[in-house]
Design a protein around this ligand. Sequence first.
Ligand code: COI
Length: 355
Amino acid sequence: MSETNTYLIRVEPTKQSRLSQVDFNDLKFGQMMSDHMLVANYENGAWTDVSIVPYGDLSISPSMSALHYGQSIFEGIKGYKFPDGTVSIFRPDKNWERFNKSAARLQMPEVPEEIFMGGLKELLQVDQAWVPSAEGTSLYIRPFMFATEAALGVHPSASYKFVIITCPVGAYYSKPISLKVETYYTRAADGGVGFSKNAGNYALSLFPTQLANQEGYDQIMWTDAAEHKYIEEAGTANLIFRIGDTIITPHGDTILHGVTRRTIMELAEKWGFKAEQRKVSVQELIDGIKDGSVSEAFAAGTAATVTHISKIGFESKDYDLPPVEGREFSNKVLDYLNQLRYGKIEDPFGWNFIV
Ligand code: COI
């Protein structure tokens, strides 16, 4: 893709806004999409037809390769509204980088900065009235790309569609969650696609998560494929623990490289905690809960933000984490990030991308 390409974004405004149908006091996650979406096509080795159009159905072929062979990737990003009405997106450059890493692993084309970042900016300008402002709410942004070639041979598709849709949301989890340690099913193995944000990583989580739900747990805690001994991530977010005064997150290419996780680890360092990315065994966690050295455990993700973990189920026993009120680090992170993302304090890191 040439660096000098410029992509004119065509804008076709909706004739009938659906904004008045939204109850901003009762936002569900991912149900009511904003008025517009961005769509771009990749054909003959180049991106074309970059347009912002009214949100609506896409027409697809039944032999479209994404449906058969799974070339499909996505991102989760959030936009916020400041008290003065400014709209800001949290660290979308990091999502753009990760998106293109996912694309490379799945043999899909990269999406240029101008289309991803420039498209985001323009889409949120068009739909700025959809960005909620109350604390705990945001505009969830879902960029995704899928293979559109209508052919059943197993090969990289010759054509792709890149789309960004958005929706005003409240909390993904409205209370602390319980996790069951998964010691049979596997999310990702070395050399696989665990680090990438591809649709299949979520499809494979549904069955084991349902089994955990039937046992009364909210989510699963994935462990490594080889031994089921080391913690990887939760079904919908990364995991972070406080053990003594060290903030620790499992690390490796079988784990999604989360932007929220990265942000929190950067804050931990800045605030003088020891911050480590390393293997954490389930046994280390359970022993630490028992002897009191594990004082905090939480899920970190765009949708999940910071979601406290209430208990962990392992080998038919439950291990309760300390009360949420006493969790100094994760509560401080949540409070700080809220203030920063809603524009209530200075942004010393340049994390807010102003629309
Ligand atoms: C996100 O956090 O944005 C995700 O994509 C996770 C998904 C479960 C909503």
